[in-house]
Design a protein around this ligand. Structure first.
Ligand code: ZN
Ligand code: ZN
Ligand code: FE
Length: 761
């Protein structure tokens, strides 16, 4: 007795090999029917005996492709029809609302097996891939995803590859990146004057160079890496010198999980994240004795590790020590992906170049993630995640959000989906700004996006603000930086309707009172957030310079706490900078180039410098990270602080008593590690007290913690736990970064909600 089922599958089911998978499954169960992509997922009709139909539906859930994620599978019975065989139907809706582009995926286990199998025809092939793995976003030129619309179009498949592509039973059926030794891209090796080095096995040569302490630029999925042996201190020091890089940690690539656990603590969740198809850099606690030299991440208890994610990496890392694999760029410029650019810009850094002839269409840095409190948290959402769509709990008009200034990303919001771009960098860098403009154009084209409004930061002079102002889009909607942090965090949690208390702590964001905000607390329900508390304002002597030089902020805090006599305090810091204090006094007293700031990150800077840990930031957050790493006794007592009210009835946190207590303990000779711990406890206590007070006033029980400051592992975990113990539900960033990489999503959602509520009125 024939029955017919109609199935509808939603989730991540397009551009992940789902239709071929369904085809194969139907063949296995000898069912007739068809499968097709629609604008809202995959539709399937299957016909056959009921028991087989049931097994088929079950198998769809249980053995779906590696890159797929099924959110919902609905099934209903319909009348049988006359038909033969099973077929893949062309897409039903060409004007799909959200063209689906897959993220790049690390080499899958089946391909890895072939890569190292001497009997396989793709043995050691550097571009091995299948429907479950390989490049996607970084090679795509237009939609729908099809070989002719990717940089694979330069390579005509050979008969053997074409046969795989057209055989429904093959695991490379409809694999757009399918290629082999005969028809695929080719590697080439050069010295830094672009002289070609003829070699049978370029990768073997690169391994030799690395072993000899050389630096090699290697073309990867989303751009070039600069690689060197991470166990060779002089090679790593050389790379730092040539790249002009201060103390900022380098990421490492390790051969295997085994090798990872020889240099870091790796638990099951972390191992799973390392092995994820997205293959991010994972921050892991570093083991004390390991082969990796200190130069890789000076003064840092963590190392950023990733596993090989292309065949080139696998071949390179085989029996190799861990390699430094840092983005191929100069200082803060955007990552380089083009061969000519690489030679033009990196030849003073790299000794050799391993390149190939497949173009990278979209540059994409490695993503950075960690496990915090048992959950994945992305710190940089880029390769492997972009352009996965973020689901939202409501439908919105199309909004483009251009992000902020640092760690910029852009966001395309439409209906109930948001697409967050890859990491674009710091917009005051001209190359990064160019990357921003290119990405905006490319993604806009791919999505055929016509925004009803463009959201930008409230800061009138950010490049991104000026860019948005110049666009011919009906509405321009300015969004306050710290509100964007909160909205972005809530959006990724699909919690747009909640009454919340939002703690938004970071380095800086423009406040409507012309001050530099950064220790901010808001209350309300989106899009109406009211500022209800903030850190006290202090001068930022030298403005941007004070962000780079934490000692300036230390002086500002001392001056506030002790008045003009602060200079008499017996502190090493004041001795070290004695010749500069008069200058700082002048800046502050006459209010020259010293905007007022309520920044939480600047308070961390000040304390780090006071303790003699870090007077100069060679990278963003260095002083704060050094302070966190220095902590010794995590259960020590907090210092006093004052919680007052300002003239607008906002709670005002004043750390004068904290600074006084720290100076006191310093002069008693207390260890900096203990003071660092007590300081962290003070910030946590302030948060608890504030939330308790606000909750008592309003009855709100949901709390958001967001902003770059919550990248601090101790602060994040301890505060979250204590808030939960006190009965609060806590929202923290997970899918999107707590830092400024997450604010474009918040801008988009807030702007869309504001437009909607305005239209209703
Ligand atoms: Zn594969
Ligand atoms: Zn081939
Ligand atoms: Fe921020």
């Amino acid at each position: 007795m024939q029955k017919r089922y109609q199935l509808h599958v939603t989730g991540v089911v397009q551009a992940v090999g789902f239709r071929p998978f369904v085809f194969k499954l139907a063949a296995q169960h000898s069912l007739s029917g068809w499968v097709s992509n629609g604008s809202d997922g995959v539709r399937i009709e299957v016909q056959g005996p009921e028991s087989r139909l049931k097994n088929f539906s079950q198998a769809i859930r249980q053995s779906s492709p590696r890159l797929a994620r099924i959110d919902q599978l609905t099934c209903r019975q319909i009348p049988p029809v006359h038909e033969k065989g099973f077929r893949i139907e062309p897409s039903q809706d060409r004007s799909a609302h959200h063209p689906v582009i897959g993220p790049d995926a690390a080499v899958c286990p089946a391909c890895r097996h072939e890569l190292f199998d001497p009997d396989d025809r793709r043995f050691a092939h550097p571009f091995i891939s299948c429907v479950d793995c390989g490049p996607r976003y970084t090679i795509i030129e237009a939609v729908p995803y099809d070989r002719e619309k990717t940089s694979m179009k330069a390579f005509d498949p050979c008969p053997a590859c074409l046969a795989e592509y057209t055989s429904p039973g093959d695991r490379r059926f409809h694999s757009q990146t399918n290629c082999c030794w005969d028809c695929g891209p080719k590697l080439s090796l050069y010295d830094n004057r672009r002289n070609s080095i003829r070699a049978q096995e370029p990768i073997q040569n690169v391994r030799r160079f690395l072993k000899a302490g050389k630096i090699v630029a290697i073309k990867g999925l989303g751009g070039f890496h600069l690689a060197c042996d991470a166990t060779n201190a002089s090679a790593v020091a050389q790379l730092r010198r040539r790249k002009g890089r201060g103390h900022k940690p380098f990421a490492l690539m390790v051969a295997s999980l085994d090798q990872a656990s020889q240099i870091c603590q790796v638990d099951d969740r972390q191992a799973q994240l390392l092995n994820d198809p997205a293959s991010p850099i994972v921050l892991l606690p570093r083991l004390l004795d390991s082969c990796v030299c200190d130069q890789v991440a000076p003064n840092n208890n963590y190392l950023g590790l990733m596993l090989p994610y292309t065949a080139i990496h696998h071949l390179l890392l085989l029996d190799s020590p861990p390699l430094v694999m840092t983005s191929g760029n100069i200082a803060e410029e955007a990552i380089i992906a083009d061969n000519d650019q690489a030679f033009a810009k990196l030849s003073t850094i790299a000794d050799y170049f391993l390149t190939h002839d497949r173009a990278i269409r979209y540059r994409c840095d490695d993503s950075v993630a960690r496990i915090i409190d048992g959950q994945t948290q992305l710190l940089r959402r880029s390769r492997g995640y972009t352009p996965q769509l973020i689901d939202l709990p409501a439908k919105f008009p199309p909004i483009l959000a251009v992000g902020g200034q640092m760690k910029n990303t852009i966001c395309f919001l439409k209906d109930d989906k948001a697409l967050l771009s890859q990491h674009l960098g710091d917009m005051d860098n001209p190359q990064a700004y160019e990357f921003f403009q290119q990405t905006l154009e490319h993604l806009g084209d791919l999505l055929s996006f016509e925004p009803a409004g463009v959201a930008h930061d409230l800061h009138p002079h950010y490049q991104t603000t000026e860019f948005a102002q110049a666009m011919s889009v009906p509405r321009k909607i300015p969004i306050q930086h710290h509100q964007a942090h909160i909205a972005g965090c809530l959006a990724a949690h699909q919690a747009l309707d909640e009454q919340i208390i939002g703690l938004s702590f970071d380095g800086s964001g423009f406040g409507p009172d012309n001050c530099v905000w950064g220790g901010e607390v808001f209350l309300g329900r989106l899009p109406e957030l009211r500022r209800v508390a903030h850190f006290d304002y202090l001068p930022l002597p030298g403005s941007e310079l004070a962000v780079k030089e934490p000692w300036r902020m230390a002086v500002s805090y001392l001056k506030k706490a002790f008045g003009p006599d602060y200079r008499k305090l017996p502190l090493p810091l004041l001795e070290e900078f004695s010749s500069k204090l008069a200058g700082i006094d002048k800046l502050i007293d006459r209010r020259i180039n010293s905007p007022l700031t309520s920044s939480c990150a600047r308070l961390f800077d000040a304390v780090s410098s006071l303790l003699g840990l870090c007077h100069f930031n060679t990278f963003e957050g260095e002083a704060a990270i050094t302070l966190e790493m220095a902590m010794t006794d995590c259960d020590s007592q907090p210092y006093p602080y004052t919680l007052g009210r300002d003239d607008r009835d906002c709670y005002l946190a004043d750390f004068t008593p904290t600074i006084k207590a720290i100076v006191d303990e310093l002069s008693q000779g207390l260890a900096p590690g203990l003071i660092a711990a007590r300081f962290h406890r003070t910030i946590i206590q302030l948060c608890l007290d504030l939330v308790a007070a606000l909750a008592a006033d309003t009855g709100i029980t949901k709390v958001v913690i967001t902003g770059g400051v919550f990248q601090n592992n101790f602060l994040h975990c301890r505060l979250k736990r204590l808030l939960a113990q006190a009965g609060f539900d806590v929202y923290a960033n997970s899918l999107t970064p707590p830092n400024d990489g997450g604010i474009s999503l918040g801008q988009a959602v807030l702007a869309a909600m504001m437009l909607q509520s305005k239209d209703h009125k």
